[in-house]
Design a protein around this ligand. Structure first.
Ligand code: LLP
Length: 420
């Protein structure tokens, strides 16, 4: 019997110190994943780059950790770029994504010399050319292409080429025209291509198939357009452990397959292997985080179900209600006690769909217990909302048994701060 110790910190003590709901992030876990990427990808293969997809979790403190760990960063909005800038993140290691970047976002990127802008469509190309010419700069870009590979469901399925809001279809008439156009832009340097096939992927087939298509494209462009691809960004998507039916693979499981396929395919067509970029988000932070809640109301419907309600919910973790995502959880102050029943964990929002976990085995449970939902480090804080005017929880970073507040809890005053 005891308390949940998460990477060296007593979670029940953290709940007492900072209150609940509370996001806890382990800096040691994040540093470990970054080290794994350095050792098994960056140091193993030359001409490679790894960027952290900051949409998974971003604060200034996170940007500083990523910088220290030697990775670059993928941003998808002015807000993420601003956070990186404000944290002193090196702009040459930024990859700027987005299917509808606004003129002021592009301006911010160009002015600050971000390393790469991933261009999603031809409209954006014109916008970048205009803005870069205004500042008399040359913007380094990659084209995002949709390779017609969809790995969202764990197995790859070929989709209709155009059926995605992201990227330029791999269609000769479209992509060749785009490349020719970029080559003629005075203020744009086209370095290569990007693809991203999906998220929470546990197999390699999708990456392998996409790379084969990309290398065919590289060959075609070299022969027909005279364009030599210098960089290939293979996106993120590496899956993690949420519950016992899914495990997190070593980064090498993905990157070795990516690199081997690319070497083979390039060799087949006598092409130089381009610089390779990877951009995992979830894989770096997902399991670094847990969320602590206090159990409040417990309602037993005899013969039907027991609901335990917590002091957060879909506002701090929208993934179960958005994607039917499944999470595991433990009663943090009753570790080691035998499970005696199944409960349903409900959030406090005015929505029947605000259920965090449908069936959770728990020991004898009572109001005041601390529930720790596991693997909430990715796409929780970053997707949180103020629905029902619930203030967002605080975020605490832990490392080697010490803890520090990195985002303070929102107040009721924050709920009305922008109102006139
Ligand atoms: N690169 C690009 C271009 C992306 O669009 C994404 C994710 C990533 C990298 C990072 O993917 P990751 O390694 O984290 O799987 N909100 C959803 C996930 C959306 C992912 C969108 N793009 C969720 O909570 O599952």
């Amino acid at each position: 019997m005891g308390n949940l110790i998460f990477y060296g910190s007593d979670t029940v003590e953290l709940a007492k110190k900072y209150g609940t709901p509370l996001y806890i992030m382990s800096e040691d876990y994040i540093a470990d994943r970054c080290r794994e990427i350095r050792e098994n990808f960056l140091e193993k293969y030359d001409n490679t780059m790894a960027v952290y997809a900051s949409k998974a979790f971003l604060t200034r403190e996170m940007a500083k950790i990523v910088k220290r760990e030697g990775l670059g960063m993928d941003v998808v909005s002015g807000g993420e770029l601003y956070t990186a800038l404000n944290a002193g993140f090196p702009m040459d290691k930024i990859v700027f994504h987005g299917n509808n970047k606004l003129a002021d976002e592009i301006e911010m990127a160009v002015k600050n010399d971000v390393g790469r802008i991933v261009v999603d469509n031809i409209y954006e190309l014109d916008l970048i050319e205009d803005i870069a010419s205004k500042y008399n700069k040359k913007a380094n870009i990659l084209f995002r292409v949709s390779p017609g590979v969809d790995a969202h469901t764990h197995k790859y399925i070929q989709t209709g080429q155009v059926d995605s809001k992201f990227g330029i279809p791999l269609n000769e008439n479209i992509i060749h025209v785009a490349v020719r156009k970029a080559m003629n832009c005075k203020h744009i340097e086209l370095s290569g291509f990007h693809f991203h096939i999906g998220s929470q992927i546990h197999e390699n087939e999708g990456y392998v198939l996409a790379i084969k298509k990309m290398v065919e494209l590289m060959k075609e462009l070299k022969d027909k357009v005279g364009f030599v691809t210098k960089e290939l960004n293979t996106g993120g998507g590496y899956g993690i452990h949420y519950r016992d039916d899914e495990n997190r693979k070593n980064v090498a499981f993905f990157t070795d397959a990516i690199m081997n396929t690319l070497e083979e395919e390039c060799c087949k067509y006598s092409l130089h292997r381009p610089l390779v970029i990877i951009e995992p988000g979830r894989w770096i932070v997902g399991e670094a985080g847990i969320t602590l809640y206090t159990v409040g109301a417990i309602k037993e419907i005899p013969g039907v179900r027991t609901y335990i309600s917590v002091d957060g919910g879909m506002t701090d973790n929208p993934r179960p209600s958005l994607y039917q995502a499944k999470y595991d959880a433990v009663i943090a102050n009753k570790i080691g006690e035998k499970p005696v029943k199944k409960v349903t964990v409900a959030g406090k929002c005015c929505e029947s769909g605000d259920i965090l976990i449908w069936d959770l085995e728990v020991p004898e449970i009572e109001s005041g217990d601390i529930l720790a939902v596991l693997a909430t480090g990715a796409y929780n804080y970053s997707m949180s909302s103020n629905y029902n005017r619930n203030p967002r929880p605080a975020v605490v970073m832990i490392s080697k048994g010490s803890d520090r507040l990195i985002v303070k809890r929102e107040s009721y005053e924050d709920m009305i701060r922008n109102e006139i």
